[in-house]
Design a protein. Structure first.
Length: 324
């Protein structure tokens, strides 16, 4: 992505900050537009010193009438909050805006929903019964997408961004490119999942076009996350699984959490050493660290109490208690 020209007193610092974030592994694309907007604001206010004062911060953080509080406003404040921290670490003065996202999380923190094996069976069955519509491909997409998410633990957007060039049905692997934390990873899939994808591609992609997306609508455009979300809600209703409303779940992303917990449950039942499973699972899931994966240990024990002794023993090593 080309660098955007900045004109305010912060111009060089903004570009240095963007470069710093990208070197750290963040894509930092949408944030560039936010920082350009901040740069323009500073020009309009004739800011002459590279200092984020409380007055400047308050002007920037004021919610605009058209902004969604849960997305664009929080992201705009968060971006300048991070820039302010960067300025301070570089020896400049800066007022730190309030962390709106943290406040929102404290008010309402979503708890991951782990589907039982029986619930997943009902979801699979319900996805098979999505009613065919000549103006939609959802009756073909949803059964395959849900199975792929459960079998691999992929993030929904990772699956929706898959192109045919990243799907190797000979070796049975999927290449996830530039995912979260700017990581690439190669995911092996089971023989049964590979066969499902072979059948799906024979119908949806009779002509192999490498740049085509795996999951597409009738216009051949990639399926949108919003449309998938709505269809999954319908599938939950058919499966007899209650939904608490938008923002409360269960969500389709919870299939990823379910995959992780079910893998750990199976490993425990098979007497597999969980200290060996965790690092492999961490890489497979695309987590930033093993610590991020280890949170699923206690979650798994809560769902399946019969393995709690195994998990507690391992958690004492993986997540040691802090002595105060």
């Amino acid at each position: 992505m080309k660098n955007v020209k900045h004109n305010s007193i912060f111009s060089e610092l903004i570009q240095d900050f963007i470069d710093y974030k990208r070197v750290a592994g963040y894509k930092y694309e949408s944030e560039v537009a936010i920082l350009k907007e901040f740069d323009s604001l500073c020009c309009s206010l004739n800011i002459e010193a590279p200092v984020i004062t409380k007055e400047l911060s308050d002007i920037w953080c004021t919610k605009k009438p058209h902004e969604s509080e849960r997305s664009s406003h929080i992201k705009r404040v968060s971006c300048i909050r991070q820039f302010a921290f960067y300025l301070i670490s570089s020896g400049y003065e800066a007022y730190i805006p309030v962390n709106l996202e943290y406040i929102q999380q404290r008010k309402s923190k979503y708890s991951a929903y782990i589907f039982s094996h029986e619930e997943m069976d009902r979801i699979f069955d319900a996805s098979n019964r999505v009613y065919p519509n000549r103006r939609s491909t959802m009756h073909l997409v949803m059964p395959v997408l849900i199975r792929l998410l459960y079998c691999t633990g992929m993030r929904v957007m990772e699956a929706l961004k898959l192109q045919l060039k990243n799907v190797n049905l000979v070796d049975g692997t999927l290449f996830i490119e530039s995912a979260k934390f700017n990581k690439d990873r190669l995911i092996p899939i089971s023989k049964s999942m590979r066969e499902i994808l072979v059948q799906y591609c024979a119908v949806m992609h009779p002509m192999y076009l490498p740049e085509d997306y795996l999951f597409v609508g009738i216009t051949r455009e990639p399926c949108s996350h919003h449309n998938i979300y709505l269809r999954f809600r319908e599938i939950l209703v058919t499966a007899g699984i209650k939904h608490a409303g938008r923002g409360y779940g269960p969500r389709i992303h919870d299939i990823r959490h379910t995959h992780c917990c079910h893998v750990l449950q199976a490993a425990s039942y098979n007497k597999t050493d969980l200290t060996n499973v965790l690092p492999a699972l961490s890489v497979y899931m695309g987590h930033e660290s093993v610590a991020a994966t280890s949170q699923y240990l206690k979650m798994t024990a809560e769902i399946y109490p019969d393995i709690i002794r195994t998990v507690e023993k391992l958690c004492s090593q993986v997540i040691p208690e802090v002595q105060l």
